[in-house]
Design a binder for this molecule. Sequence first.
Ligand code: GCU
Length: 406
Amino acid sequence: MKLLLLSLFVCLAGYSSAEEEPPIYDEDKVPEFTLPDTLVFEDGTPVTNPADWEIRRAEILNLFAEHVYGHVPKGISNEIFPAVRKEIDFLEGKATLKEIRIHFAKPDGPFMDLLLIAPKGTERGSPTFLGYNFGGNHIIHPSTEISLPESWMRKSKVKGAVVDDKATEKGRGTSTRWPVEKFIDQGIALATIYYGDVDPDFDDGFENGVHALFGKPEVNEWGSIGTWAWALSRALDYLETDPLSDAGKVAVFGHSRLGKTSLWAGATDPRFAMVISNDSGCGGAALSRRRFGERVARINTSFPHWFNDKFPAYNENENALPVDQHQLMALIAPRALCVGSASEDQWADPKGEYLSAAGADPVYQLLGKQGLGKEIRYHLRAGKHDVTDFDWDQYINTFKTEVIGE
Ligand code: GCU
């Protein structure tokens, strides 16, 4: 009887048992669900015009901050103190390589090192891809001109590339994910930062990176993804001051956890002209309610520091979420949005990523855009969880047609 009452109470309270279920990889096992309607206000009133949308947009943005990614703590400083550390010719004179150390909040505050590689010979700054790398700026190209990161470094698959949590020379040029010359030849600059400069990617109780300065977050305040996204906006603040970059034409890019980050950065900062999510999966482009591949309970257990402390309330309880990821995509409207998936990356739920991108279409339509197939681009590439030249070709093409205007 006691047990019965207890389970009745648990059901009424809306909690599911916290026990984690195995991942779904079979379309037939995807549960039925109803997505929250992006074009209806929380009070049930329909959103019928672009002015309404601005208000609804703020409502959705706030729900994502409150329940998923966390608010930026009130009162923290957005001020940056950049210092150029190097500026040289690069790629046989085709490009300029520049390294900028950007301190947060005060001249000796924590810092991130931005590497900017830009085509030469342009009068105005160049359209720019801005994105974090996983292993340090030096992994994107073999040049010994690129400084090694100084901050804590995650383990590397490359032997000897990380020793005692620090990057070594062995990591130079080991990433295949950054076709630098291709960007330069297309007239596009690359700005990249090692994400661990901003917040080292482990569950340390928020004591390092910028958290050393800004302190431990409240339950509804940012986790690591929120922090990484905020720092991308600080990088854009810097690019606005650098003549090598055309800051009105910056596409924010990210792969995997960094794709979750680029989406949140694009949602929170409308200055990003285009947003790219590559294989971002759960908590990124994939719909949470499909529960396919990785799901909310798993991500909050494996990576308790990524989201805010309210998100675990939706473990095995996705239908209770006040938002779903198609609404994150809608927050990018009317700007260009690219979502890329890979066929063997079922953990990230390619179909859920597609449905999410397509689910943003009504907002683009409301704003007088064509939406899916034009400003919203989706591609499914054959192969594994990775960033390939094929992926970049899609992003470059969209950048050119939708942002650069060629
Ligand atoms: C894990 C995690 C994913 C994440 C990925 C990555 O696989 O479960 O959510 O996208 O790591 O960032 O590499």
